[in-house]
Design a protein around this ligand. Structure first.
Ligand code: 13P
Length: 241
């Protein structure tokens, strides 16, 4: 199991540094685990400079759809050496109106430039209520390149109605969605390629529910927001997986 911490805009540079220092003080707990940390862009350098846990991957929460040029304020994926990038997070889709077309460009940049790419997918509450979940997911997956090359691909299923709400789907619900994703991938790619694609769940994961969620057989990891920013909660989650 992999625990990916999406720190969103919760932790500033000092907070991020303190967090990493605490991890190193208890490195015996963390060094054997597979951890991904996504600090805010301005804290990536500090996190990188202060960490030497062997299994820890550091990445960007998002990247520009453009690689370079006159684009004030944008963060190119090639602006800093990182090993992972998240694209298509629902907070980008919904708060910044990112279309599937934009996310496709980001996805391709990430696949080309870094070792691990997380593509987030998931339905909104109203889409779920209209029974459109599978349709939405299919559309979000439709940007996957037919010829998958470059980084390891991770699909993170994050139902929008679960993010930051404390509402967590049942294990059965998540399993059904992941099976659908798996089937979609099998139709698109060879079995060798499919074996390398990982599936994550995200949405109100915390130290209380992570153990139960870990029972989902198709799951390879979690993408955690707010609970991953609190050191004690993070530690408990790491111990539970
Ligand atoms: P929460 O864990 O805060 O619900 O956020 C999930 C998420 O958006 C991770 O990317």
């Amino acid at each position: 199991m992999i625990l990916a911490a999406n720190w969103k805009m919760y932790l500033n540079e000092n907070d991020s540094k303190e967090f990493i220092k605490k991890m190193h003080l208890e490195s015996d707990i963390f060094e054997e685990k597979n951890i991904m940390i996504f600090p805010s862009h301005s804290s990536i350098r500090t996190v990188k400079n202060n960490s030497n846990l062997p299994n820890m991957i550091i990445g960007m929460q998002d990247c520009s759809e453009i690689l370079d040029g006159a684009f004030t304020g944008e963060n190119s994926i090639s602006s800093i050496n990182i090993d992972a990038c998240i694209v298509g997070h629902s907070e980008r889709r919904n708060n910044f109106n990112e279309s599937n077309e934009t996310i496709e460009k980001k996805l391709n940049n990430s696949l080309k430039c870094v070792k691990n790419t997380i593509l987030c997918i998931g339905e909104k509450k109203e889409e779920k209520e209209r029974n459109e979940t599978y349709h939405v997911i299919e559309e979000q997956l439709s940007i996957l390149p037919k010829d998958l090359q470059g980084s390891r691909l991770i699909i993170a299923y994050e139902p929008v109605w679960s993010i930051g709400t404390g509402l967590v789907p049942t294990n059965e619900y998540i399993s059904d969605i992941l099976s659908f994703v798996k089937k979609y991938l099998k139709e698109l790619y060879s079995s060798e390629i499919c074996e390398d694609i990982l599936l994550f769940y995200g949405g109100s994961v915390d130290e209380e529910n992570i153990k139960k969620l870990s029972e989902i057989s198709l799951l390879n990891g979690f993408l955690v927001g707010s609970a991953s920013c609190k050191f004690e909660k993070f530690k408990k989650m790491i111990k539970a997986i």
